[in-house]
Design a protein around this ligand. Structure first.
Ligand SMILES: O=P(O)(O)O[C@H]1[C@H](O)[C@@H](O)[C@H](O)[C@@H](O)[C@@H]1O
Ligand code: MG
Length: 275
């Protein structure tokens, strides 16, 4: 049977690299010369510009109207965020926007592709590190074309766990997030980390650098590509309540195995996520 999505997969890698180059140029050209306080609107323009480059390239390649798009910036401007059975690109043009403004070296382009609500492939380009992570369902996960695999650690005491506090500063969320982090830290685990971008965090799970990453508050575009990469690296994806992952639920646990995932889930204090 003809391999229907290989060309789309290969092209997604090219587009991610082109988008990453645009982000690097924006960082060198614009942010360095502006005070941080005045860069927020510039960043929004960069995010929007990069998303336009990605969607424009995909539309030129595959034709107007053949595929659907869920992009962070398009949704922010009122486009629907609904995953249908149609072939759909799920895009975060600049994951780690706050990092980008500050020159903190973890900024990722995240591009995933789903058909019939099933993820076919994911590409995460950590553009300041020049690390191209990619994975296609059933065909393994790679970083710069080297196959990657999750850690084989089962003892939680020998693990590093990633979590993020996100951008919401509401008292309930902050209290529950830090209470969860405190409980996990004091299991004890070897350490807690966070890169500031969910896509990169998931790739760190996939390479075995850390054992798990969880977060409540992320969006489908932050995690869709990373989900394929973790899965194809031998990892597991669950909801924070231990049920199956729902890509649209704004909460997620990714881990190297079920033992670590379930141990983490016991400590997570769940809170509702805003719109
Ligand atoms: O809004 P930015 O600065 O991009 O940060 C969020 C990032 O997009 C997510 O991937 C992270 O997981 C969140 O914790 C960040 O707040
Ligand atoms: Mg993001």
């Amino acid at each position: 049977m003809e391999d229907q999505w290989q060309r789309a997969y290969d092209f997604a890698v090219e587009v991610a690299r082109k988008a990453g180059e645009e982000i690097r140029k924006a960082g060198e050209r614009e942010i360095r010369v502006m005070t941080k306080s005045s860069t927020v609107d510039l960043v929004t323009k960069t995010d929007e510009r990069v998303e336009k480059i990605i969607i424009g390239s995909l539309t030129d390649e595959f034709g107007e109207g053949t595929h659907c798009f869920i992009g962070e910036e398009s949704v922010a401007k009122g486009e629907p965020c609904i995953l249908t059975d149609k072939p759909t690109w799920i895009i975060d043009p600049v994951d780690g926007t706050t990092n980008f403004v500050h020159g903190f070296p973890f900024v990722a382009v995240s591009i995933a592709f789903a058909v019939n609500k099933q993820l076919e492939f994911g590409v995460v380009y950590s553009c300041l590190e020049d690390k191209m992570y990619k994975a296609r369902k059933g065909k393994g996960a790679f970083c710069n074309d080297q196959q990657i695999q999750v850690s084989d650690v089962k003892d939680i005491h020998k693990s590093i766990i990633i979590s993020e506090h996100g951008t919401d500063r509401s008292p309930e969320k902050v209290t529950k997030t830090f209470s969860t982090m405190q409980k996990i830290l004091c299991i004890p685990v070897h350490g807690l980390r966070g890169s500031g971008t969910a896509a990169t965090n998931m790739c760190l799970v996939a390479t075995g650098a850390v054992e798990a990453f969880f977060e409540i508050g992320i969006h489908c575009w932050d995690i869709a590509a990373g989900a394929v990469i973790v899965q194809e690296a031998g990892g597991i994806l669950l909801d924070v309540d231990g049920g199956p992952l729902d890509l649209m639920s704004r909460r997620m646990v990714s881990a190297n195995n079920e033992t670590i995932a379930k141990r983490i889930i016991k400590e997570i204090e769940i809170f509702p996520v805003g719109s």
